[in-house]
Design a protein. Structure first.
Length: 437
């Protein structure tokens, strides 16, 4: 990886792209520290110090925003509205025929779907911004803080609308910055912003573990966490790169006097075909009952049961529910993102076949069979990786967004691998000697 970056800096145009991307990242991190109008920043910092060990319900979104959510800054919503909008559009593509037709139109259809994603992102940003402002006004965003109700001193309608508009505009600026990285930088703009958001929380989270440790002034716990993190990175890299290659043979076809086909290739089916999406789905779904209980008044039995069983990360019911949801959403997302019938039809159309399997329906059934078999270890792997923060919660007294937790490690390693592959492919295009020898 370091060799690829070193070679990229020696290439003038790639060096410009890397420096441009670095400049965008600096602007993004600056925006993550600029408070929005109407917020008492001193009270926010006081509450941050009080609630440092327990980010509570908003921990996941705070991690995706690089710590900007709890500081209520311009980029407080982070990249989450765009991620949610992208997932919703991807799910709707399977349900709505119009979106499915746009997806098959190629680049023009993809551009139209991207435009719909932007509109939905703005709508979700307005919705989430309104919820965040309402939560900040009541003081529920910092439970246990004595000055939580004074985070937003002026609770007039004008100030509230200004805060929501500012956060929505911040989300739009983040979308624009991500597209700038994609067009003029090294690519994968939104993924890189997500990578930076999560990586920005690592130093403070690690140092908090060191300060809270008791063995050798916390250095034993700190070193153990680093070793566990390195092991997890190696495990994630190994599984993310693992794939089942299904061989495909294309028959020879004579068109005029020329012969086409006769080549051999393969269909790569990843062990973790769903990526980090099941973990995000499961986390978001588990937050819903906790969110309802938080805003519900009184001390009813169902509210107390949710507070005791579905908000504490070390409770057995929470652990089992979280694990089962991840396994379910892994199968669900693979089922809607990979269509064996469509792949089999495309292979048959171009004269391709799997050796030993008849073209058409038998090929689709075989692909479904293989996909189900490799999804089981992939889903179990996702569930086990996601449970590491829970073990850390018990062993080190860490919060639920442990720095080397499942969601953060999966995203960081995945984006890192894709970025390195992108840089290497651009280097190969500029130094390809195949036709020169």
């Amino acid at each position: 990886m370091l060799t690829a970056f070193a070679r990229a800096f020696k290439t003038p145009d790639l060096r410009k792209k890397l420096l441009f991307t670095l400049g965008i990242v600096v602007i993004y991190r600056l925006g993550a520290h600029i408070p929005i109008p109407g917020v008492d920043y001193s009270n926010v910092q006081t509450c941050m110090d009080v609630a440092k060990s327990s980010t509570g319900l908003f921990g996941l979104v705070n991690m995706f925003s690089g710590g900007a959510l709890l500081q209520i800054t311009v980029f407080a919503l982070g990249i989450m509205p765009y991620i949610t909008a992208s997932i919703i559009l991807q799910l709707l593509t399977v349900v709505i025929p119009r979106l499915e037709a746009l997806k098959k139109e190629g680049q023009a259809g993809t551009a139209k779907i991207t435009q719909y994603t932007r509109y939905l992102t703005v709508a979700l940003a307005i919705l989430q911004g309104t919820g965040l402002v309402a939560t900040a006004r009541t003081g529920a965003i910092f439970p246990g803080c004595p000055v939580a109700s004074q985070v937003v001193p002026d609770q007039s309608i004008f100030v509230t609308i200004t805060m929501v508009i500012t956060m929505t505009a911040g989300t739009c600026v983040m979308m624009w910055l991500g597209e700038l990285i994609t067009d003029r930088g090294i690519g994968n703009g939104m993924s890189i912003l997500m990578f930076i958001s999560i990586a920005a929380t690592f130093p403070s989270a690690l140092w908090a573990i060191k300060q809270g440790g008791s063995l050798a002034d916390g250095w034993i716990e700190f070193g153990t966490v680093i070793l566990v993190g390195l092991f997890m990175v190696g495990l994630v890299v190994f599984v993310e790169q693992a794939q089942r290659r299904i061989p495909v043979q294309y028959a020879k076809r004579m068109i005029g006097r020329r012969s086409y086909g006769g080549t051999s290739t393969y269909i790569p089916l990843k062990v973790n075909q769903a990526g980090v999406i099941p973990v995000i789905f499961a986390s978001s779904l588990l937050y819903i009952p906790a969110l309802v209980a938080q805003f519900a008044g009184g001390d009813s039995s169902w509210k107390l049961w949710i507070d005791d069983h579905l908000t504490k990360g070390n409770h057995p019911i929470y652990i089992v529910t979280y694990f089962l949801l991840i396994v379910f959403f892994a199968f669900f997302y693979v089922a809607i993102s990979f269509n064996p019938e469509e792949v089999a039809d495309n292979m048959k159309k171009y004269g391709g076949f799997i050796p030993g399997i008849r073209a058409g329906r038998p090929t689709a059934e075989y692909l479904s069979y293989v996909l189900n078999r490799i999804t089981w270890p992939g889903s179990l792997y996702l569930g086990l990786i996601a449970l590491v923060p829970t073990m850390a919660l018990v062993g080190f007294g860490a919060n639920q967004n442990f720095p080397f937790g499942g969601t953060s490690i999966l995203i960081i390693v995945g984006v890192g691998l894709e970025t390195v592959k992108q840089i290497e492919s651009q280097l190969q295009q500029r130094n390809y000697e195949g036709f020169l020898r």
